[in-house]
Design a protein around this ligand. Structure first.
Ligand code: 13P
Length: 254
């Protein structure tokens, strides 16, 4: 059995003041310290990246951004390039979050371009995917996973795959308190890993971490994280309090 290191990332979304971001990042850094049994990352809003990066410096906590531009530089008003994120101290960028797909209209093609640009520039990518409630009710989830994985990963090299993390986030579970059952998560993750195996081979399928996201809390994390294909969690609401986020990290360590 391949052993994949567990990974817990906090997606703070459009929350926190500067002071709150600094305090939250510092508290997470203090709680995790140098313990690297689990990969831990925090993803604050863009303007707080540098300050949060300073707060986690010296700890095992990595810094991630919530999005990244699809081009490397130039006349793209409002966009933030991978090089800027690296300069700000980021290791990771979330790409294709469902709020960007469904609220802001990002296409699979745009997401593929972002994945390529970010990986070419040296970032690690947390690629989000998952079905909506309507898609699940119509039994379309596997078709959606196949399309999203295939579209987002098209053209990646093996070396780039080594810096890709997938996050399965069923849209109906995000911010709703309706968490997928451990069995539902395992079934989806196994399907996605199977697609990776078919499309890209055993090495990539066995090495790529697949995180679950959607109403993960300190109470339900352990059940999800014990599933064989669930390699960690992408946490929204529960990452905004150090205590609950650290409890999820602890569940991943156990
Ligand atoms: P919640 O944990 O708030 O449901 O958000 C999940 C998410 O979207 C993480 O990216």
């Amino acid at each position: 059995m391949p052993t994949r290191k567990k990974f817990v990332a906090g997606n703070w979304k459009m929350n926190t003041t500067l002071a709150e971001a600094k305090a939250l990042a510092a508290a997470v850094a203090k709680g995790v310290g140098a313990d690297a049994r689990v990969t831990v990352a925090v993803c604050p809003p863009f303007p707080w990246l540098t300050a949060a990066g300073e707060a986690v410096r010296g700890s095992a906590v990595a810094l991630g951004a919530q999005d990244v531009a699809f081009e490397k530089k130039g006349a793209f008003t409002g966009e933030v390039s991978p090089a800027m994120l690296l300069d700000a101290g980021c290791t990771y960028a979330i790409v294709g979050h469902s709020e960007r797909r469904h609220v802001l209209g990002e296409s699979d093609a745009a997401i593929n371009q972002k994945v390529h640009t970010a990986l070419e520039e040296g970032l690690h990518v947390i690629l989000c995917m998952g079905e909506t409630l309507a898609e699940r009710e119509r039994g379309l989830q596997e078709r959606v996973f196949q399309r999203q994985v295939f579209a987002a990963c098209a053209g990646l090299t093996d070396e780039q795959f080594a810096r890709l993390v997938i996050a399965y986030e069923p849209v109906w579970a995000i911010g709703t308190g309706k968490v997928a059952t451990p069995e539902q998560a395992q079934e989806a993750h196994r399907f996605v890993r199977g697609k990776l195996r078919l499309l890209y081979g055993d090495k990539i399928a066995d090495a790529t971490p697949i995180l679950y996201g959607g109403s993960v809390t300190a109470d339900n994390a352990a059940g999800l994280l014990h599933q064989p294909d669930v390699d960690g969690a992408l946490v929204g609401g529960a990452s905004l309090k150090a205590d609950s986020f650290l409890a999820i990290v602890k569940a991943a360590q156990g």
